[in-house]
Design a protein around this ligand. Sequence first.
Ligand code: GH3
Ligand code: MG
Ligand code: MG
Ligand code: MG
Length: 323
Amino acid sequence: MQKTENAILIIDDAEDIRFLLQELLKRENYKTIVVHSAQEGISILEEKAQKINLILMDVLMPDMNGIEACQKIKSQRKWRDIPVIMVTALNDMEELDRAFSVGAIDYITKPIKKRELLARIRSALALKKEMDQRKAREIELLSVNGLLEDAVEKLKSLSSLDGLTELPNRRRFDEYLEKEWKRAVRNGTKISLIMLDIDYFKAYNDSKGHLSGDECLKKIAHALKQTVQRSADLVCRYGGEEFAVILPETELAGAEQLAEKMRKHIEHLQIEHSSSPLGEVVTISVGVATEKPETYLTWEELIFRADQALYKAKGAGRNTVIT
Ligand code: GH3
Ligand code: MG
Ligand code: MG
Ligand code: MG
């Protein structure tokens, strides 16, 4: 029964054999392509090897004989998987040995016996099908491996992002600050750092629940990110409800301006916070510090000073910027 469009390629120089094979196979609903020389058979493969699922090859042919042709086919990676059954009048074991040694899968002797022919074709096709399926599974595995590699890449980039807010995390903050600090030492430029913390966020969580707290953190992260304009400025989630903004090549006045813009922006988000002693909406307290990095200083000094300023902002009543 013909199930696919695939064809059996018949290569034989004798017209009567070509005719006989073609007729027998046609009656069994096999599709055939029939040629009279090895050279012609190879041209067919060059054109549509993927449509050929079996080759019936005569051994004795002028020009290129069947053994040579089989060897040639098996030496090509793209053709190697097509089974070749040798058709021989010789009953010559030496010829057959050679045929097997160059990769033929089976042989049929002339005169051709119908039952034998069909049995051997069926078993060759079944084997080919199994090989194709195995190959497909291997390809599937390879693509799974590819997917795994992509996933690892993704994980690497995720490992520097905070899962909730999708802002760079503390690890990325440390890396970036160290890098920018060193650059500033080399170039003699300044770095500013903004540290900010949500006011009365514990009360927010307590009154609205932790999930609402998470949503609030996301909104604030998004708003902070929108506020910065330079690509060198890095807004990070420093931890909990604390954020930090690294501003390379920025003077204190510029950093303070940005900090005030952020404070206002958050206040104007109007995120309801009725349990805040300050009023009705979520606010932030902000500390700003600037350093001109010198080799005797470290970036920890900058963090310490921004943190101190933030602490003072809390002490000064919150919802404010202190430098
Ligand atoms: P202050 O104005 O002095 O900063 O008061 P506060 O309540 O904001 O400060 P506190 O440090 O007492 O509380 C911080 C709260 O932030 C407590 C903690 O549960 C909450 N928090 C930290 N990280 C997360 C988070 O990822 N999700 C949620 N929902 N809450 C968080
Ligand atoms: Mg012949
Ligand atoms: Mg805090
Ligand atoms: Mg807080």
